[in-house]
Design a protein around this ligand. Structure first.
Ligand code: HEC
Ligand code: HEC
Length: 281
């Protein structure tokens, strides 16, 4: 019986993919005159030669939306975050602007290194952690909920300051164990379809899966505005969606598992440009 179920799963998996034209990596992404690196030599721990941005796998129309900030629907949310940045909130009577006088521009380069180890707190910090740390500890305001519009917009505003800079996430030292945990999750088959992230995003990128052109599942473009749900999507929300698609019980947004996975997936994109906020279907 077990064997039977297994072979059905394998057959289903094989039937899922269809060959297609590979990513058009020769095309150049330029946003507001800024050159964006959409393919780069893969980090040495990977078995593939090249890492490629998700942008290269999208349709001409979807790509075009990201090439012009006036067309990019994500920019509406960035504008909302600028208002939020200047709004006093919490018992300390402060806004982000009260302390970060240089504006969000102060954070140029930050997105490229996240997630990273926070020495003082003794834990892995991603962008949501930095934002909430300032809110709760420095503004005495409520933490923003992860994967919700207000948080995703602030992450987008700060990510934008690093646009075009090469992703450069550290994987050694104090984060080494977490990185390995993330790597293990990436290669572990789960769910009713019995698939791992790697089965789609490493073994089959460039192929079609149903109507979708499979990318490498990179996160250099996050948060991503999706035409499908007309809002910004965080990395953890996207991980959750992919796990649901293979009918696995997803880990929680903000969970240790997704934090580890985010670190690992981010490092798979080392060398690509920070693109966030990107546009995807
Ligand atoms: C009371 C002052 C204060 C307020 C208000 C404040 N911050 Fe901070 N923030 C700091 C200090 C101090 C640090 C640590 C030193 C640094 O990196 O600037 C910091 C660090 C950060 C960092 C990490 C920077 C880095 O390079 O490591 C981010 C991101 C950040 N703040 C975002 C925000 C956002 C977004 C808001 C508003 C929601 C905010 N902060 C409100 C004082 C403040
Ligand atoms: C059954 C195949 C499949 C599996 C397994 C899968 N995904 Fe995906 N994933 C997709 C499809 C389809 C898309 C949308 C098209 C694309 O970008 O590849 C996608 C998109 C993504 C994206 C967005 C990429 C971008 O540039 O917008 C990320 C990130 C991602 N997946 C991560 C993961 C992670 C992490 C796992 C494992 C927990 C996973 N995926 C498992 C099919 C899969």
């Amino acid at each position: 019986m077990k064997k039977f179920t297994l072979s059905v799963a394998v057959a289903a998996t094989v039937a899922l993919f269809a060959g297609a034209a590979s990513a058009q990596t020769t095309d150049v992404l330029e946003i507001e005159g800024l050159a964006i690196t959409t393919s780069a030599p893969a980090p040495s721990f990977l078995d593939i030669d090249e890492v490629i941005s998700g942008w290269a796998f999208r349709s001409t129309e979807t790509r075009a939306l990201q090439m012009d900030d006036f067309e990019n629907p994500a920019m509406i949310f960035v504008d909302q975050a600028i208002d939020d940045w200047n709004t006093v909130d919490g018992a300390a009577g402060k806004s982000c602007a009260s302390c970060h006088e240089g504006g969000p521009e102060e954070f140029a380069g930050l997105r490229a290194e996240l997630p990273r180890w926070n020495e003082e707190q003794g834990s892995l910090f991603n962008m949501e952690d930095y934002i909430n740390f300032c809110r709760t500890e420095r503004m005495e305001a409520e933490a923003l909920r992860w994967a919700k519009p207000r948080m995703d917009a602030m992450v987008a505003l700060i990510s934008l300051q690093s646009r075009g800079m090469p992703v450069n996430v550290a994987i050694d030292g104090p984060v080494a164990d977490i990185w390995e945990q993330g790597q293990e999750i990436y290669y572990t088959r789960v769910g009713q379809l019995d698939m791992a992230c790697a089965n789609c995003h490493e073994d089959n990128f460039g192929n079609m899966i149903r109507a979708d052109h499979l990318s490498q599942g990179q996160i250099n473009g996050f948060p991503a505005y999706r035409l499908k749900n007309a809002k910004l999507n965080s990395t953890h929300a996207r991980f959750k969606g992919c796990m649901k698609n293979i009918r696995a019980q997803p880990f929680g947004v903000g969970s240790d598992e997704f934090r580890a996975l985010e670190l690992y997936v981010a490092s798979r994109g080392n060398g690509l440009s920070v693109e966030g906020p990107s546009v995807r279907n």
